[in-house]
Ligand binder design. Structure first.
Ligand SMILES: [Zn+2]
Length: 120
């Protein structure tokens, strides 16, 4: 299992997971740019911050860090999560929450149509 493939858009983000936590980013690659941007911003204000979980749940971006986020880091995470709400999780284009069989994802119209999702 490679952890440093240059094809992996999450490589930089995964390199800053806390030890003993599986460095897996559980969301689509469409959110990679905003996570990379978030990672840079967090590194600038709080270099000791490491990730515990990064995932998508019910179309929300969830980022848990260690030590617990201070106000500055919290604000950065909230801003990234807000941005994710209008970013296609598949391709990064502008999107809105879509639903299929109770699964909710933020998708652009093209990805939603391809995968059979309907606007929520
Ligand atoms: Zn898309």
């Amino acid at each position: 299992m490679s952890t440093s493939s240059s094809d992996d858009p999450f490589a930089q983000v995964r390199s800053r997971f806390a030890p003993r936590w599986e460095p897996r980013v559980r969301c689509g690659e469409g959110w990679a740019p905003l996570l990379v941007e978030l990672d840079r911003a967090i590194a600038a204000v709080s270099p000791a911050t490491e990730y515990i979980h990064i995932k998508e749940k019910h179309a929300q971006l969830i980022v848990l860090v260690s030590p617990p986020a201070n106000a500055e880091v919290r604000e950065l995470i909230d801003a990234a999560a807000a941005k994710a709400q209008s970013t296609c999780e598949n391709c990064g284009a502008a999107g809105v929450p879509h639903e299929k069989f109770g699964w909710v994802h933020v998708l652009c119209p093209r990805c939603a149509a391809r995968d059979g999702y309907s606007p929520k």
